[in-house]
Write a protein that binds this ligand. Structure first.
Ligand SMILES: *Cc1c(COP(=O)(O)O)cnc(C)c1O
Length: 468
């Protein structure tokens, strides 16, 4: 394809996208495919000569959508939603047209400065104090890994990056049992070792127990181990649990430990002042991650890491070979020094389009609706015969179980979710909570309307009846 044909195909792609979104409700959310079905339709070898673009586009339309799970479906209540506002999709198209490598200021002045501006817009939107800066990363996994590496190096006085880890003291990092597996992954990859991630027990509200945290730190110190950092959780993935940041971040400060807060999903809800009491104490954090690519509407990928002292992370991650040096270095920011990859996409553009096209009011309204509807849905499910709510709505996530008398509840709940997902009208996923198999129900898709939630309740009720 040549550039002169781009407008034609781009218009066709946009028309397809609009039609796809307009008719999503009619599609089953998950495709009716088994592993390998799709692969069979793709030639095993690449074409030797160029193919007409008509054929390529036609094959996309014919083959791909019917073999995809539709994350933008308004009745997607599984995992956490991964919204893609049309404004952010369009920004992505324009960023692709320029396709710059946004590693240094001089390779991408507007992208770099727009990134600084968008970080500050979001900092204000989330009511994070103005002494925080930040960087856009691809995922929370990368943001957390960056924070854990900084934690490690700060504890080792930056000797790890120079000398390697062999012979270094054993570091310890503390997080609750409710934190996401990306924390475990970061600890493993940072060379700290899974066994040195201390999973602190939680209290009855599933928040990390502060006294257990304090005593774990003291015991480790007494045993010659070196506490390095604390990872707090706001809106955990399993049931939406949150730690009491004011208590645990105070312990981090008192013990001189680096702290990171994982608010990958629930961070977006902090744009609404009425939910912010949950992160009282956030100003004590050193690093905070939240993903605008989940609830806020920036299409994947887009993760924000706020940093109180960027210099600690830069000291850990930056490498400056002479071919990357920029003259007048002190007046500029080179964001590749704040994260692991050198090459970086122009992700700030989709935030700029997203925030301006919805306004904070528009985004707040969506999140408020989701949280309100989740509360109503939990009430409805509680009223159904043989159902119980296992964990109450936290933001817009709750879990429930199907417990008809005379049956094993784990088995029946599993049968129910299998029936729901085979049916295709709604999509839910499960988790194991305190040893029990439970179904997660989370509302967060931008196009979800109240009738979609009502339909979910009827589908659950209808399919449950068929199982007894
Ligand atoms: C989704 C999620 C993550 C992982 O996010 P990625 O951006 O996919 O790496 C981490 N923590 C929490 C709490 C999450 O919900």
């Amino acid at each position: 394809m040549q550039y002169d044909e781009l407008p034609i195909w781009s218009a066709k792609a946009a028309a397809w996208a609009a039609e796809y979104h307009a008719t999503l409700r009619e599609r089953p959310i998950r495709p009716n495919v088994t592993p390998g079905d799709f692969l069979k339709q793709i030639p095993t070898a690449p074409p030797q000569s160029a193919e007409p673009f008509e054929n390529i586009f036609a094959d996309f339309v014919k083959l791909v959508p019917d073999s995809m799970t539709h994350w933008q479906h308004p009745r997607f209540f599984a995992y956490f939603s991964s919204n893609a506002s049309p404004a952010s999709m369009l920004a992505e198209q324009l960023a692709n047209a320029i396709s710059a490598q946004c590693m240094l200021w001089q390779t991408s002045p507007a992208a770099t400065e727009l990134e600084t501006a968008m970080i500050d817009w979001l900092r204000q939107a989330l009511a994070i104090p103005d002494n925080f800066k930040g960087v856009i990363q691809d995922t929370a996994t990368s943001s957390t890994l960056s924070a854990v590496l900084t934690m490690r190096e700060k504890a080792l006085d930056w000797r790890g990056i120079e000398e390697g880890l062999s012979g270094m003291p054993t570091l310890r990092i503390y997080a609750s049992e409710q934190t996401h597996s990306s924390i475990d992954k970061a600890i493993r990859l940072a060379g700290i070792g899974q066994n040195n991630l201390v999973k602190v027990k939680t209290d009855s509200d599933w928040a990390m127990c502060p006294t257990s945290l304090q005593s774990a730190i003291e015991t480790d110190r007494a045993n010659g181990l070196v506490p390095a950092g604390i990872i707090g959780c706001i809106g955990g993935t399993s049931i939406g649990a949150s730690d009491h940041l004011d208590q645990i971040l105070k312990i981090a400060q008192q013990n001189n430990l680096y702290s990171h807060v994982d608010a990958a999903w629930a961070g977006s809800a902090m744009i609404c002042p009425e939910f912010r009491s949950i992160w009282k104490g956030i100003e004590m954090a050193d690093s905070i991650v939240f993903n605008p690519h989940k609830w806020l509407g920036a299409n994947f990928d887009c993760s924000i890491q706020f940093l109180k002292e960027p210099k600690d992370q830069i000291k850990t991650l930056a490498i400056k070979p002479s071919y990357l040096e920029t003259l007048e270095q002190d007046r500029i920011v080179n964001y590749s020094e704040w994260c692991i990859p050198l090459g970086r996409r122009f992700r700030a553009l989709k935030l700029w389009f997203l925030i301006r096209s919805h306004g904070l009011n528009g985004l707040q309204e969506k999140i408020r609706n989701h949280i309100e509807w989740a509360g109503l849905a939990a009430n409805e499910i509680e009223k159904l015969e043989n159902f119980s709510i296992v964990t109450p709505p936290m933001f817009s996530l709750f879990t429930f179980r199907f417990e008809p008398p005379g049956h094993d509840a784990d088995t029946k709940t599993r049968e129910l979710i299998e029936a729901i997902n085979a049916d295709g009208r709604i999509y839910l996923t499960q988790t194991l909570h305190e040893g029990k198999f439970v179904i997660r129900f989370t509302i967060g898709q931008f196009d979800t309307e109240k009738p979609d939630v009502d339909m979910a309740i009827s589908v659950i009720q209808e399919l449950a009846k068929s199982l007894i």
